[in-house]
Write a protein that binds this ligand. Structure first.
Ligand SMILES: [Zn+2]
Length: 225
């Protein structure tokens, strides 16, 4: 039923203008031009790889302002369509960076939500971002590469030490990577903050002999860059 509703909505959207999810002005696109321009001012220009992180992190933008607002709308205001332009912009800057190594090992695994949370929200934003990113970049998507085992407490409520604890053993290898010959992957998440989520996911993959080549993210705070 949900799928039917989504298909119907997709058909409707072809013909109707809708409200921009950020400012409610009418637009035929995912966002109105004004909001799109404002978001694009958050883009990191030319130095997308962060050097302050223990893993190579490739970020499209700086977390804050209207980009923060957009990610919040994507996650908490039932605006899954925002994943489409964000994933596409990440892919465009990735391809332009000249450091993108595209080959047989270029596989993208989104950091998954717990299944019960996904059911509640109706979608998993990192999965949608990864779909859009892979469609535009040519990298291969493994949506079920990881599974979230624990329904962890929201990270922002916790201290750094409590975040590590909260996330220890949070993941297990998902169906898509079981019995596969994949030996390295890129992880993709909407935001990179303390890196605790990535550390936990990386541990799970490494235990299975899979290396993490890097992390792709829409936004990284200025303090982490
Ligand atoms: Zn707008």
């Amino acid at each position: 039923m949900l799928q039917l509703k989504q298909t119907f909505q997709g058909v409707l959207n072809l013909f109707l203008e809708r409200a921009c999810p950020l400012c409610q002005r009418s637009t035929a696109h995912y966002l109105c031009q004004d909001c799109q321009r404002q978001i694009q001012r958050c883009q990191v220009a030319g130095n997308e790889w962060s050097e302050q992180t223990p893993y190579p992190v490739f970020a499209w933008g700086t977390y804050g302002g209207v980009l923060k607002r957009t990610l919040s709308a994507l996650k908490y205001e039932n605006q899954p369509q925002l994943a489409q332009p964000l994933g596409q912009w990440l892919a465009e800057s990735w391809l332009k960076s000249g450091k993108a190594v595209v080959g047989a090992t270029s596989i993208v695994v989104p950091i998954p939500m717990h299944e019960s949370k996904k059911q509640q929200r109706g979608y998993d934003q990192a999965e949608l971002l990864a779909q859009s990113f892979c469609a535009a970049s040519g990298l291969r998507l493994k949506s079920q590469g990881l599974e979230r085992v624990h329904n962890t407490t929201a990270q922002f409520q916790l201290s750094p030490a409590a975040r590590e604890q909260n996330l220890a053993g949070a993941f297990r290898l998902g169906q898509a990577l079981q019995r596969s010959s994949v030996r390295s992957v890129f992880l993709l998440d909407d935001i990179y903050t303390t890196g605790a989520t990535i550390r936990s996911a990386t541990q799970t993959l490494q235990q299975q002999g899979i290396q993490v080549s890097g992390v792709l993210t829409i936004a990284i705070p200025k303090t982490v860059r």
